[in-house]
Design a protein around this ligand. Sequence first.
Ligand code: MG
Ligand code: MG
Length: 630
Amino acid sequence: MKTSIATVSLAGDMREKLAAISAAGFDGIEIFEQDFIAFDGSPRDVGRMVRDHGLEIMLFQPFRDFEGLPEPLRARAFDRAERKFEVMQELGTDLILVCSSVHPEALGGIDRMAEDFAELGDRAAARGLRVGFEALAWGRHVYDHRDAWEVVRRADRTNVGVILDSFHTLARRIDPETIRRIPGDRIAFVQLADAPLIEMDLLYWSRHFRNMPGEGDLDVTSFMRAVAATGYAGPLSLEVFNDQFRGGSPRTIAVDGRRSLLNLMDRVVRAEPGIAIQVPAMPPPVVGRGVAFVEFAADDREASELGSLLHRMGFHRAGRHISKAVELWQQGGIRIVLNTDPEGFAHSSHTVHGLNICDVGLSVADAAATAERARVLGASMFRQPAGPGELDIPAIRGVGGGILRFIDDSSDLAKVWETEFRPVEDETAAEAAGLRRIDHVAQTMNYEEMLTWALFYVSLFDVRKQPMVDVVDPGGLVRSQAIESPDGALRITLNGAETHRTFAGRFIADSFGSAVQHVAFTTGDLLATAEILARNGFEPLPIPDNYYADLAARFPLDEDYVDRLRAARILYDQDADGHFLQLYSRPFGDGIFFEIVERAGAYAGYGGPNAPYRVAAQARLMRPVAIPKT
Ligand code: MG
Ligand code: MG
């Protein structure tokens, strides 16, 4: 499988783009005319520069408003084509993309258009060039790949093929299964892009909101399965017009792009056995079983304060590391590691971010296979020399430079806690509060990074994305998106902050880009848990009485029940399948907090409608204390 990306998909000048594309491992590029018109050098120089980067130019585009024109416009279109052919020969590429005409004088008629393409094909053949015809979703007469294919079929030239673009097909909701009827050797080129589902003008949607396969909501996998079933074995190219990408880091966009293609093709090969396309081998998408542990990097004072909060939440100190200043805290199936060791990754993480969650352990079926899939998909691997008696747990870099570790039931890893920790008696432990497991881990990031990290999880794991939710913070908007395994065992929420005035944005700024902002635990009975917490001296996040007055108006709840929720400062939500209770700790450090939830029935969400009230309450507590004037 050869991979390619359109130069318009990335920010930067020609040199920066090529360096990023080459470093990410692509085989070639689609070159946009504008890109080298702006370049200070001849087409020959551009071609040489591309090849010096180890890349080939797989496609030259666009050639617009060609087919169906009356004379004398038709003759002029052929003159324009000849000039483009000359440029292509200088560049060193043999395929031109002709997109369906939007010219106001263009005439319809499949045969008229087929004749134009037959003649264009003959002229191109004289120079050893090929022609591809693409149906733009907003083309004047051709806006469906089936019509573009019919034009190509009737033109009947071996060097004229159809170009398929997932955006144009899926944006018009054309059934991608119809692609299976096109012979693979008549498909000249395949362009791939995804997009979020938004109702808007097709042209505007396409030019500004496309993103990488897996980042949006279109079914690019079904599209690509149909393409692969035709026997097409040519390049797969990303053609992504996105305002954010044009202002982003070319390196990140290129790495994301390559990851999205590898992941897409891996899924296609698994779903369509026997297809011709060769894909790098990797273990299958990983089934996440949950969050095995979270690890805090702390200094001694922070660890003692955090320990006291954990006591009040019903956790107990369960073990001490065999050789390092690291403690293991537990309750139910939850493990929290407090690392105050003066050496190693946690220490450097603490130096940069202050108190933070530097390490998240995920339970998977096969830890080594998970790390291998991540490696093939371009993740940065993490290794720290294991100390005496320590296990080498497979790990990669995650959001904010934090570590993601994988733990499975294999003999060694399953025994990590017994191997690396000596049990301790915790004499100061308070009453356990019925917390069972980690429900979700919430990672905060700059809004521009959300697509990157969503793709990171979606490509590595067998997970689905929930629709993005807007959370209104007193300081601005925060976007939130949940990523979860089909059975809900693994849940990670991504929160994208647009400004530093929001609670989430301030967390990123104050913690210098740390990622995990909150960890949510489950209980089977939050009202009972809250009573124990109160006895333990736990102080919940204060929620105003107004919230409860509104709650009684929104849902048909017993007055007594609302009173109990109010007394415990528990938030409530319900959907068609069940209800959801939430209790929050007060924020600590740079704005980290804990959440305790009760999921009743098959409630699917995260209490999104409550988020604005929760955020406002947290922001009030995090406000700098005013020093009275004397
Ligand atoms: Mg296209
Ligand atoms: Mg939450």
